[in-house]
Ligand binder design. Structure first.
Ligand code: SAH
Length: 243
């Protein structure tokens, strides 16, 4: 970022808060990770002047509301070594990029349908020198029939994309049998979950559990809704017609 002292101060403060929040989650934020989050935050603030990446009312809280929130996965769900993860509707990279910074061996695919956000994602992957990350400028449903993506991921994540019913239809086709789909949700999800469960058996999906997370330092609550897939999905066209 180019010499804006107040923002530089805010960046340092936010990264300090992130380190404290991470420590409460049992995640160590050493020098290299800290530098990466710092660069990520600076670039986000810079790009956010031109492209709507995060709410402009909330730029003082990006580290807690977006980075730390994305990381709430880590103390709660195990990520296998060299897991393949796909982040559907990743926007500015949430939750995929913070997870990649903390789990460097993750093989990450980011899917985003808005071109300007895709440009930001490519820029940030370059700037942070993240390897093993690919970005797809696509609607996720357009990838369902492609054997490179279908039934191919250990973990699917989605944060703030759509209600659970359509989200499970959008995300489960990417899972390997036995893989996990984790939806980041807020508020009262009971109604959404009830509707999603009506569809699950048709797409080989199973609701596994709901994890309530309390985000350190910001008094926010987050729910992680975990689904699994029993076997390969055969009826892709039927899914598309429901979206
Ligand atoms: N996950 C990010 C962004 C949430 S906003 C975060 O938590 O901040 C939802 C994003 O999903 C938008 O950027 C939108 O362009 C993208 N999106 C919505 N439907 C999509 C689809 N079917 N395929 C790919 N991207 C989609």
């Amino acid at each position: 970022m180019k010499g804006v002292s107040r923002e530089t101060f805010d960046v340092d403060k936010q990264i300090q808060q992130l380190a404290e929040g991470c420590s409460a989650f049992g995640i160590t934020l050493g020098g290299e990770r800290k530098r990466k989050f710092c660069d990520y935050l600076e670039e986000l603030l810079e790009w956010n002047r031109r492209v709507n990446l995060v709410s402009r009312q909330d730029t003082e809280n990006i580290a807690l509301h977006h980075f730390l929130d994305s990381l709430s996965f880590l103390p709660n769900i195990e990520i296998p070594q060299e897991a393949r993860m796909i982040d559907v509707g990743t926007g500015a990279g949430f939750p995929g990029i913070p997870l990649k910074i903390c789990c460097p061996d993750l093989r990450l695919t980011l899917v985003e349908s808005t071109r300007k956000k895709v440009l930001f994602l490519k820029h940030i992957i370059d700037t942070l020198r993240l390897s093993g990350v690919s970005v797809l400028h696509e609607r996720a449903e357009a990838l369902h029939q492609d054997s490179k993506y279908r039934d191919n991921f250990d973990i699917v994540v989605a944060r703030a994309v759509s209600p659970l019913r359509s989200l499970t239809l959008l995300c489960l086709p990417f899972l390997k049998p036995g893989g996990k789909f984790v939806a980041y949700k807020g508020g009262d999800v009971r109604g959404e979950l009830r509707e999603a469960r009506l569809e699950l058996s048709k797409i080989s999906g199973r609701f596994e559990r709901e994890i309530d997370v309390f985000l350190p330092l910001s008094n926010r609550k987050r729910q992680l809704i975990v689904f699994t897939k029993a076997h390969k999905e055969r009826n892709g066209d039927a899914i598309l017609s429901k979206l």
